[in-house]
Design a binder for this molecule. Structure first.
Ligand SMILES: NC(=O)c1ccc[n+]([C@@H]2O[C@H](COP(=O)([O-])OP(=O)(O)OC[C@H]3O[C@@H](n4cnc5c(N)ncnc54)[C@H](O)[C@@H]3O)[C@@H](O)[C@H]2O)c1
Length: 354
């Protein structure tokens, strides 16, 4: 297969896990542990090639992407070392990328910002992944525009609504560019678990009364999300993913709850669902999930990137709804996970247009 030329916008923990995972896959001759699809439409993880990277942090800009992924404040697991990818991290415009807390943790590089669309064109990227912090509404839209200008498929990993906004989706459709978004849904994370359990309880006749999901972590994503004003779309994205599978209204509270520095990139999620079943008898489920957050998103991102490349190969523009339902929390069309898996499989096999 030809390679999939990928640009990363925001060289944080998620980019680190993705770059390290793909590198491991190349070392293993193509395979990679822990993926839902070893091959998707013929593409393997090792077909991914990183061709451009953008950030604002002084400790990352100007460095090789293979080194920048280990620069602080990144703090996810290290599964590779001595990486040199020959891709220099370029100085991106800051826009609203750094909130109150990240401004205290990150020193912005002083060199002038690059022309992102021109850099994307020059890199001949097929797909760009938007990994900027939650609440970077202007930045997410700016990068969407740059991808439209450069004709690069856009995978929106964060919860600014672009693929799921009909106006924006139309722009991508009209300009002949594919988009997959919004807000990546981790492989075995709190969202897929919560929505699947809610659906199971409903399907088994439980009348759900109330539910919550509290999340804590110790990385910059969680530090940034203490700022409640940046969280609006994240709460909507996480909450709607669960509510979409419950056919009636249930009091629900879902979101990031605190920053605990020593957890590093580990995330702990606490999920509670309660209701009644036969005879009005009460039932309650509580669980705790512990994961390495960035790695939880990277495998799914490999699926999103491969689907975006397939869309490009087939000149499919606008939202790739099957892949979005499988890989994202807030896709244009929500599906239970088994239906989403069927849809992306059919798309990969060419049996479904998008
Ligand atoms: N499982 C997961 O980790 C997961 C799941 C769903 C969504 N997400 C989202 O994905 C995004 C990335 O997560 P992360 O853990 O890598 O975050 P992170 O904080 O580690 O990385 C964000 C990076 O973006 C850079 N940045 C800030 N402003 C920028 C700008 N204007 N242009 C370019 N770069 C800029 C920062 O310097 C940093 O390197 C976040 O929005 C997060 O909420 C992650």
């Amino acid at each position: 297969m030809p390679s999939i030329r990928v640009a990363v916008i925001g060289v944080g923990n998620c980019a680190s896990a993705l770059v390290q995972g793909v590198t491991k896959s190349k070392e293993n001759g193509g395979g990679l542990e822990g993926l839902s699809f070893e091959k998707l439409g013929g593409y393997s993880p090792s077909d991914i090639e990183f061709v451009a990277a953008f950030d604002v942090n002084k400790q990352k800009v100007g460095h090789d992407l293979g080194e920048a992924i280990f620069a602080p404040p990144n703090n996810t697991l290290k599964i590779t070392s001595g990486l040199k990818l020959g891709v220099e991290v370029k100085r991106a415009p800051v826009l609203d990328g750094l909130g109150k807390y990240l401004k205290e943790m990150i020193t912005v590089d002083e060199r002038p910002e690059v022309d992102v669309a021109a850099a994307l064109r020059e890199s001949r990227a097929d797909v760009a992944i938007n990994y900027v912090p939650v609440g970077s509404e202007r930045a997410a839209r700016f990068y969407a525009e740059e991808c439209l200008k450069a004709g690069v498929a856009y995978v929106n990993a964060m919860p600014t609504f672009i693929a799921s906004d009909p106006e924006w989706e139309k722009k991508f459709r009209e300009r002949g560019v594919a988009i997959i978004g919004d807000d990546v849904m981790s492989q075995f994370g709190a969202t897929v678990l919560h929505k699947t359990l809610a659906r199971l309880m409903v399907d088994r006749g439980v009348r759900l009364k109330q539910t919550y999901q509290l999340n804590v972590g110790g990385d910059t994503d969680f530090a940034n999300m203490i700022e409640e004003s940046r969280l609006k779309t994240k709460r909507i994205s996480k909450t709607s993913a669960v509510q979409s599978l419950i056919p009636y209204s249930v009091p629900t509270r879902i979101g990031p709850s605190d920053y605990i520095e020593f957890l590093e990139n580990r995330k702990y999620a606490y999920i509670m669902l309660e209701g009644t079943y036969f005879g009005g008898a009460p039932v309650k489920l509580e669980l705790k999930l512990e994961v390495w957050d960035a790695y939880n998103s990277a495998g799914v991102m490999i699926d999103a990137v491969r689907a975006a490349k397939l869309a490009k190969d087939r000149a499919v523009s606008g939202a790739v709804t099957s892949a979005a339902a499988w890989t994202m929390k807030h896709p244009p069309i929500q599906m239970p996970y088994e239906e989403a898996k069927r849809a992306i499989t059919e798309f990969a096999e060419g049996k479904r247009e998008r």
